[in-house]
Structures are given as structure tokens and as C-alpha cells.
Design a protein around this ligand. Sequence first.
Ligand SMILES: [Mg+2]
Length: 130
Amino acid sequence: MALQILVVDDSPVTRKMVRRAIGLCGLAVGEVFEAGDGVEALRQLGAHPVDLVLADINMPVMNGMELVERMSADPALARVPVVVVATPMSEQRIERLLDIGARAYLAKPFRPEALRDLVLEILGRGGHHG
Ligand SMILES: [Mg+2]
């Protein structure tokens, strides 16, 4: 089953980097959608169902914290796992993100293997093949 993924980051360069890591990580991936901020992300989520959201925190218009909060409050989106992919941050800030509904945190930059292991863990497919 191919994963549909939404990449949310205000930096086109970072989106490209994350997209490349997704391509290299060895997971069966279908379409990868992109959004430049939380508002665009919600619009994309309304248009295309996805299995996973990889979201930055610091973005204009609507940041990653608010995106996570909005998704958690929306019954249609609350179960879509959000992995925060952001520059290193304090334990306290990570705790706060997990409290409001983010599933995991991955520090930028990351290796494709780290993304793969995290996704397998989140989607409960660790150790299973096919
Ligand atoms: Mg940013």
C-alpha cells in the first residue's frame, strides 16, 4: 500500500530535501503533496486524503503548532499522524507539541533511514514486510 504524504514547510528548498528523503527512505510512497504554511496544508488535506503529514513549525500565515491544533480539533483530520520536522528545539517545546497532538518530532536535517524507522513505528508496520 503506497503512502500518500503531505510535506508542509515554508522553505521550498526544505520541501525538496524532505521529498528527496522520502524518495530514498525505502517506503512505498504514492503521491507527495506540498504546502507552504498551515492554511495551505488544511486546504490540501481537504482536497487529498493522506496517510502522514510532515510539518515544519516556523511558518508564516499559520505555523505548525496551530496546524497541529486545528487538525486535532477536526474529527476528519484528528487521526492523521503529524510528524513535526523542524530545527532542534527544547524538550519542553517537544513535550508541548506532543501534548497538542503531534505524533512525533524529527530534527532537521535527518537521514532517510530515520524517517523510515519513524514512519514504520507510527503506522505500526515495524518488522512486517508486505
Ligand atoms: Mg520554517
